[in-house]
Design a protein around this ligand. Structure first.
Ligand code: MG
Ligand code: ZN
Length: 227
């Protein structure tokens, strides 16, 4: 029997999609380099934190907000972006050392790029590194960079399905930041539902609601990350 409204779903199987990012050697090499980066962080007593999220979710705003409250820490920021230095300029203004990594056409940072970025810092002079990835929530999940903790920033302006549509990337998130909560009502986004989605995908994560325009919730992010 044919039902008109039944949706046909084609499931792509591993190896069927033409995707360079599934190249196993490349992924393995990246994991090795990520481990080397982690060793560098450990040797130089640096805490490294990944910041992931879509374009416009508030990654840079969150970093700015944290930096203005952490005047005593010596912070370095690695800002990934396809082509611009907009975020780097903003972060420079709050007084952090900053290295911009322009990935060109690549939609994610990889461990090798981070390794090169680290060469640009005086690692003895910093004790905290934020790595702001390129703005998307898909392939950065495949490329660990060597950081100790992952923060994922989503905003209510992205609608109610950000977590259920990108479940894998949330598995390793120490913190899920739900940003722009002041717009939740206008966007008709249920914050409790979003929080429940995050905890269902990753029961160990901590969900924090923020408004990076006012700074609401930022202290809680700082405490949760032990900064
Ligand atoms: Mg940004
Ligand atoms: Zn990518």
């Amino acid at each position: 029997m044919k039902t008109r409204n039944k949706i046909k779903v084609i499931q792509s199987k591993e190896g069927e999609t033409f995707d360079i990012e599934l190249d196993q050697d490349l992924l393995k090499r990246n994991v090795q380099l990520a481990q080397e980066n982690k060793k560098i962080f450990e040797k130089t007593h640096i805490l490294a934190i990944d910041i992931l999220g879509s374009i416009g979710s508030g990654k840079t705003s969150l970093i700015e907000n944290i930096l203005t409250r952490l005047k005593e820490r010596k912070v370095g920021v690695i800002a990934g972006d396809l082509t611009t230095t907009i975020d780097a300029e903003r972060i420079k203004k709050v007084g952090a050392r900053i290295v911009q990594v322009n990935t060109g056409k690549e939609c994610h940072l990889d461990a090798n790029l981070i390794r090169h970025a680290l060469d640009e810092f005086d690692l003895e002079a910093i004790d905290l590194v934020f790595i702001e990835n390129v703005g998307n929530l898909i392939c950065p999940g495949e490329f660990p960079l060597g950081a100790h903790k992952r923060v994922i920033v989503i905003s209510v302006t992205e609608g109610p399905y950000m977590i259920v549509k990108h479940p894998y990337i949330f598995h390793d998130a120490a913190v899920v930041v739900i940003n722009k909560i002041d717009l939740a009502e206008a966007m008709e986004v249920d914050l409790n539902r979003l929080e429940a989605d995050a905890l269902r995908v990753n029961p160990r994560t901590k969900v924090i609601r923020t408004n990076c325009r006012t700074g609401q919730g930022v202290e809680e992010v700082i405490e949760t990350l032990n900064l």
